[in-house]
Design a protein. Structure first.
Length: 209
């Protein structure tokens, strides 16, 4: 009489995110791993199976979810002041590596950034040549440092924005300043004021009126 094994009992369907996490964490613990050691091993494993599962992590297809993961890790670390210090130190180190690695091309111009004084011509100082060199430097040779500085310069605190708005409003008051009725050079030389001083007399009169 043949015996048949009882059908495998499938676990009850896990419906909540928290219950799924508990089940996965319990399994990871049974494997003598921690969540961080599991993630590290999964990412660094060179087997074809693991490589297949992470094939989209650094592509345009998978980058949005990869970026979300990185930001989630950042938020978890920066939840406390000490963690925020660790994160900033890590980012600074990574930014330093990138900045040092990116540098102007070696070799003589136009194939490199080196200019031999014997070969320098007037064309090297033309606006077209300068524009081309700036474009190569900021888009090919050192784009990271350029964009980092550019973003810093473009970023403004609310206080700075208010100052700029106030300056713009002040500048608008100068739009209808009347033209001077006489040149500064025509002023009486016996006057105490030096005619060469950079005074805007019509502006002063307009502001005082």
């Amino acid at each position: 009489m043949s015996t048949t094994s009882a059908p495998m009992q499938l676990p009850k369907t896990v419906r909540t995110q928290e219950s799924k996490l508990h089940m996965i964490c319990n399994l990871i613990e049974e494997m003598d791993l921690t969540p961080k050691s599991f993630i590290s091993a999964f990412i660094s494993c060179s087997s074809s199976r693991m490589a297949f599962l992470q094939r989209y992590w650094g592509t345009s297809t998978g980058w949005p979810s990869t970026l979300l993961l990185l930001k989630t890790i950042r938020d978890a670390i920066c939840n406390k002041p000490l963690g925020n210090d660790y994160w900033e130190s890590f980012i600074l180190e990574e930014a330093t590596h990138i900045t040092i690695a990116q540098k102007p091309r070696s070799g003589a111009y136009p194939h490199g950034a080196y200019h031999n004084t014997k070969d320098v011509s007037e064309s090297c100082f033309s606006s077209e040549s300068k524009k081309e060199q700036d474009h190569i430097l900021t888009t090919q040779d050192m784009p990271f440092l350029f964009n980092l500085i550019l973003r810093k310069l473009n970023s403004q605190s609310p206080k700075e924005k208010k100052l700029d708005e106030f300056k713009e409003d002040s500048d608008h008051t100068n739009e209808n300043i009347p033209e001077p009725d006489k040149d500064v050079g025509e002023m009486d030389p016996n006057d105490d004021l030096d005619a060469s001083l950079p005074f805007n007399y019509p502006k002063q009169a307009y502001m005082a009126s």
